[in-house]
Design a binder for this molecule. Structure first.
Ligand code: NAD
Ligand code: ZN
Ligand code: ZN
Length: 362
């Protein structure tokens, strides 16, 4: 099967012919139908999220089940599914405590002594990213990385729910509790930020202020629910937020992952407000912030991982939101591309010149 392989950091992905194993116990073989491209894939390529090459990236997939391994009871050939990187074990304190997205075993693939799921035609193992590796025509996943969805949901739009939508929507719906009428800022209008804007709208937030340095994204942000937009390249976005909100917002979602925009997010947060860090700052970087600013104004900062999801519960619900018109996915897709064009798509993402790009397979 054809796959895009990361052979080294900061180099183009190589399109190669790989082998994929048959499903073992608890595993499911899928035909990949579509895979969104998330900035976390780019972070891995650039080294900000360390993963060992050679590796197949891609973690925002939808597909169709081809074959199931021994003991798989939740899926059958022909099922339409979404894949999610927060696989869960079901028995640890996070899983049993209701926060399976924090399960520490989520990236554990097959045991090291087992045959690898992915390999070159010569048998050399290829690392599978997050049990998914969706920049490939087929995927071999644990059943607990998958959720079955309605057959009438278009699979290209369903793929977005696999990461970006679940992350942004869930940050607003699950990680924090936004009262109706609260003021919300979302910094970064990529797939994640546009989804956070939609989450804020769905919870009934008041002002929803979108911030980005690419003003062309504001049409999409408004369609997603933004009431106001601030061009970060045109002046001081922090004081613009203070002007619009009368002293700072109740909730600020940072959806980029840069040191300066995390600092801006804290600065945009008003007295008693909450800063939600969704963007992934490269693991090598630290963010200086004023502790006194937090103490004296009782601001809170929280991280939000994968939209604090319970994806077998959340994703079918998000599909209902799409089908009943509340969740706008068509507007978020700036292009559908073949796998061969993945490097061009990553370049567009680097430059901020795309919203969500989706790889579609025949
Ligand atoms: N917390 C999680 O679980 C989780 C899950 C998925 C993705 N992420 C992270 O979320 C972040 C966003 O992902 P994405 O796929 O939406 O990315 P993206 O590249 O599609 O979007 C980023 C947006 O930020 C804008 N931008 C860049 N620099 C800016 C600046 N200085 N000021 C204002 N706007 C700026 C770009 O124009 C773009 O619209 C990434 O860091 C990604 O790794 C986190
Ligand atoms: Zn992602
Ligand atoms: Zn667990």
């Amino acid at each position: 099967m054809k796959a895009a392989v990361m052979r080294a950091n900061n180099a183009p992905l190589e399109i190669e012919d790989l082998t994929i194993d048959s499903p073992g116990p608890g595993e499911v073989l899928l035909k990949t139908s579509a895979s969104g491209i998330c900035h976390s894939d780019l972070h891995v390529i650039e080294g900000g999220l360390p993963m060992p090459p050679p590796c197949v990236l891609g973690h925002e997939p939808a597909g169709i089940v081809e074959e199931v391994g021994a003991g798989v009871t939740d899926f059958a050939p022909g099922d339409h599914v979404i894949g999610c990187l927060t696989s869960w074990c079901g028995v640890c304190k996070f899983c049993t405590g209701g926060r399976p997205y924090l399960c520490p075993t989520q990236f554990a693939g097959r045991p090291p002594e087992a045959k690898p799921r992915l390999a070159t035609s010569g048998g050399d193992p290829i690392f599978q990213f997050a049990n998914l590796s969706s920049f490939a025509e087929k995927m071999l996943c644990p059943e607990r990385s998958l959720v079955k969805i309605r057959d009438d949901m278009p699979l290209d739009r369903a793929s977005l729910i696999g990461c970006g939508v679940t992350t942004g929507l869930g940050a607003a719906l699950n990680t924090v509790d936004i009262p109706a009428g609260a003021s919300v800022v979302v910094i970064g209008c990529g797939g994640v930020g546009l989804s956070a804007i939609q989450g804020a709208r769905i919870t009934g937030a008041g002002k929803i202020i979108a911030v980005d340095s690419q003003a062309w994204k504001f049409d999409i942000a408004r369609q997603c629910g933004a009431t106001d937009c601030i061009d970060a390249s045109a002046g001081d976005a922090v004081s613009a937020v203070h002007d619009l909100t009368g002293g700072g917002a109740d909730f600020v979602f940072e959806c980029i992952g840069l040191v300066p925009t995390v600092q801006q997010a804290v600065g945009m947060t008003g007295r008693g407000g909450t800063t939600v860090l969704v963007g992934v700052v490269p693991v090598t970087e630290m963010v200086p912030i004023s502790a006194a600013d937090l103490t004296l104004q009782e601001k809170k900062i929280t991280g939000s991982y994968m939209g604090s999801n319970r994806f077998r519960f959340d994703m079918p619900k998000y599909i209902e939101f799409y089908l009943d018109g509340r969740l706008h996915l068509d507007e978020m897709i700036s292009s559908r591309i073949p796998l061969d064009d993945v490097n061009d798509a990553l370049d567009l993402m680097r430059k901020g010149e795309a919203a969500r790009q989706v790889i579609v397979f025949d």
